[in-house]
Design a protein around this ligand. Sequence first.
Ligand SMILES: O=C(O)[C@H](O)[C@@H](O)[C@H](O)[C@H](O)COP(=O)(O)O
Length: 285
Amino acid sequence: MPPPPPAPPVFYSFPDNQKLVDSLANFVIKAQRDAVDKRGKFTIALSGGSLAANLRGLAGQENVQWDKWEIFFCDERAVPLDSEDSNYHSNYVSFLQHVPIPPNQIHTINPAYLDDLEELADDYEKQLVGHFAASNAARYPTFDLMLLGMGKEGETCSLFAGHEVLSERDAWVTSLDDAPNGPKRRITMTIPVLTHCYRAVFVVSGSEKAELLHTVLDEPETGLPCSRVRPAAPGLVFWFADADAAALTKYPPTQFRWIDNQKEAEEVVAAAKERAARRAAQEAE
Ligand SMILES: O=C(O)[C@H](O)[C@@H](O)[C@H](O)[C@H](O)COP(=O)(O)O
């Protein structure tokens, strides 16, 4: 039997940034409970960019099992960990320094390999293998949650449109020395890792992302890196956008609520589409 098609993206739109931040914190904590209940720990991957600031709602939350968190980075720039360009550093400043996650459960790149990108990527992949080998020995790692951003040309992690890193199928982590924006030397998790997670969540804010979000959600066939993140069943993909970023998107938003499985995702997206079609028909009358 062929595998079931990936679940449709679930799109949440929030009236302002604070509502997005609060809902994201709520969602991440629910994902943690779900993962700890089912698998005894919570393995999460963080991106750089504006995501870190949008995670600030996690600081000070109670009833969180911080000792069960295992944190990795979806991509990382080949810079020291205390550099302003480091994705670890930006997440540390906004989020990690405020919560009691045991330091040995925050898995950074090894700065000893900064001069050799291949070693840097290999070492990070080995850290992933070491972590996932015990829990799921599958071909690719299965993160409980991957938190992603959408760059200005539709990239996510350091997977840039038209770049050869996008076609990597074997490695879990690869490297590049010619990133078209920001620091050029980076390592990044690959598309197969992104499409094997339980939950991928994109977080997008600001009017400068409006046109791009419309393209990614309404015209996925353009094949931008973000549109390619459609986790295989039972994986789910969510989009959290503020009203400015969501302004041009036709893809129907869904009221914010926890969604547990592919069937629920299909139902809420179908219901949102019906509502949008009814509204359009009424407006046309
Ligand atoms: O290392 C990186 O540059 C990030 O991981 C990158 O993929 C980021 O998520 C997007 O570029 C979105 O960044 P913004 O949210 O800041 O636009």
